[in-house]
Design a protein around this ligand. Structure first.
Ligand SMILES: [Zn+2]
Length: 406
C-alpha cells in the first residue's frame, strides 16, 4: 500500500498494517452497531520528509461527530497540565499590550478558561458542538469551525495577529495539516509562537504503543518531520520538549522563520532520533513485529486466565481500547465490561468489539481478579485511586511496553 505524503507529496509506504478497525472514539449505543464504519489501519513514513501518517483518510465530518466524547478536563492531571500551560503563556508570551491567543481544538475550554479569567483576548476554534458549548459556559469565546488557511485568514481580519497559537492532541489529528501550517504562518504575529503537543513517535516506538494508532491520529510526529514541515510553510521549529503526559508527548514551538533563536534542545533531539532510527522504514517494520508479539502475548494471557475461571474486566476506555481490543480480537466473552469515568461513554460499547462501558462503581462494587489497564498512561493515578483492589489481591494487566502483570 502506497500513498502520496499529505505534507510534501513524497511517497508513503505502509509499514504497519493493523487490519480493519472502526473509529476509535465511536462508542456506539447497544443496538447501533449494525452500520459501524470500518477502515484499514495502515501507517507508514514519507520517503522524503519522514512524516509518519495514516494511509487511509477518514472524512473529518465522520470523525468529529457532535457527540465526540473526549473531554480534556476529565482527568485531574490533565486539568492541572492545561492550567499550567495557560499560566505559562500569561507569564511569558501574553505580556504585551492587548495580546491575543488562539487555541485550535479548544475542546471543553480547560486551557482558555484560565486565559479568559485573566481578561486576555482569546478565541477557541472547535468544531464539536457539544464541547464548544461546554467551553462557552466557562466564559470562553469559540468559533465552531475546523481550523485551516481560510479560517486563519478570517480570524486575522477580525481580531488581528495572534501572539500565541496552541493545540494539544489535535494538530496530529488534522489530515489537512499543510493547510493548518499555512494558516499558522498567516495568523501568527512576527513575534508570535505556535505551540502544540502531540504523541511523540520516539516514545510510541520505544514503548511499542501501537494503541496510539487509530483513525483520529492522521500523523505521529517526530522532531525531524515537524522541523521539515515547518520549514516548508515559512515557519521554524525553535523548541521541542518531551513530556510524560499521554504516555510520551512532545511539545513543539514554531515561530515565523528567523524570528527567534533555536533552542539547543532541537539539535539534541534530532541526534537522538537519528540514533533511534526514527527516519527509517526498518524501524517501523520492527515496531510492527513487536506489536504482533504484544497482541499474541496479551491474547494468550487473557484466554488462559479466562480458561482458569478468573474474572477480568477492563479499566479505562480511551480511544486506545478500540485499537487494542480490535487488533487482539478481545470481546465481551473474555472481558465482560470496561469501566470509565467519562459519563458520555457509560452505557455505550467499544466500537467493533462491543465491550460494554460502565461507571467506575461497577469495578469497585465487585472487584474482579484481574484488571486490564487500557488507560496505561494514567497507571500511577489509577493504581493509587484503586489501592483497595490490589490490597484485596487484585492484579493489573499491562501491555506496554510488553505484556506483564503487576
Ligand atoms: Zn512527505
Amino acid at each position: 500500500m502506497h500513498n502520496p505524503c499529505r505534507i510534501c507529496g513524497g511517497t508513503v509506504k505502509g509499514s504497519i498494517d493493523l487490519g480493519r478497525h472502526p473509529r476509535g472514539n465511536a462508542f456506539p449505543r447497544p443496538g447501533e452497531t449494525a452500520d459501524e464504519f470500518f477502515y484499514r489501519l495502515v501507517v507508514g513514513m514519507c520517503d522524503v520528509c519522514t512524516m509518519v501518517q495514516l494511509l487511509e483518510d477518514i472524512p473529518q465530518e465522520v470523525r468529529y461527530h457532535d457527540e465526540y466524547p473526549y473531554h480534556a478536563s476529565g482527568s485531574a492531571i490533565h486539568r492541572r497540565h492545561f492550567e499550567e500551560i495557560a499560566q505559562g503563556f500569561l507569564d511569558t508570551e501574553l505580556t504585551g499590550p492587548d495580546p491575543f491567543a488562539v487555541e485550535i481544538g479548544s475542546n471543553d475550554g480547560v486551557m482558555l478558561a484560565r486565559i479568559a479569567r485573566a481578561g486576555v483576548r482569546h478565541l477557541g476554534v472547535e468544531p464539536s458542538r457539544q464541547v464548544a458549548e461546554m467551553s462557552r459556559a466557562k466564559g470562553v469565546r469559540v468559533l465552531p469551525e475546523f481550523f485551516d488557511e481560510g479560517t486563519a485568514e478570517r480570524i486575522r481580519a477580525e481580531h488581528g495577529p495572534a501572539d500565541v497559537m496552541f493545540g494539544a492532541n489535535v494538530i496530529a489529528h488534522i489530515s489537512h495539516l499543510a493547510s493548518v501550517l499555512r494558516g499558522a504562518a498567516l495568523l501568527l504575529a512576527r513575534t508570535g509562537v505556535f505551540v502544540f503537543e502531540e504523541p511523540y513517535l520516539g516514545s510510541v516506538v520505544e514503548k511499542t504503543a501501537f494503541d496510539i494508532l487509530y483513525d483520529e491520529h492522521s500523523f505521529v510526529f517526530s522532531v525531524r518531520a515537524i522541523q521539515a514541515a515547518a520549514e516548508r510553510f515559512g515557519l521554524e521549529l525553535v523548541d521541542a520538549r518531551l513530556m510524560e503526559i499521554h504516555g510520551g508527548s512532545m511539545r513543539y514551538t514554531l515561530a515565523p522563520a528567523g524570528a527567534r533563536p533555536v533552542s539547543p534542545r532541537v539539535g539534541e533531539l534530532l541526534e537522538k532520533e537519528a540514533a533511534q532510527g526514527l527516519g527509517e522504514h526498518a524501524t517501523l517494520e520492527e515496531f510492527a513485529r513487536r506489536a504482533r508479539t504484544v497482541r499474541d502475548d496479551l491474547t494468550a494471557l487473557v484466554r488462559d486466565l479466562h480458561a482458569q475461571g478468573k474474572r477480568i474486566v477492563g479499566y479505562g476506555a480511551p480511544a486506545k481500547i478500540t485499537t487494542v481490543t480490535n487488533y487482539c480480537g478481545i470481546g465481551p466473552d473474555l472481558i465482560p465490561f470496561v469501566c470509565d469515568s467519562t459519563p458520555s461513554k457509560q452505557g455505550r460499547l467499544v466500537a467493533g468489539t462491543h465491550i460494554p462501558v460502565r461507571a467506575p462503581e461497577a469495578f469497585s462494587a465487585d472487584h474482579p481478579d484481574y484488571a486490564l489497564l487500557f488507560a496505561w498512561n494514567h497507571a500511577e493515578e489509577i493504581m493509587a485511586k484503586e489501592r483497595e483492589f490490589a490490597e484485596r489481591g487484585g492484579r493489573w494487566i499491562l501491555y506496554v511496553p510488553d505484556v506483564h502483570i503487576v
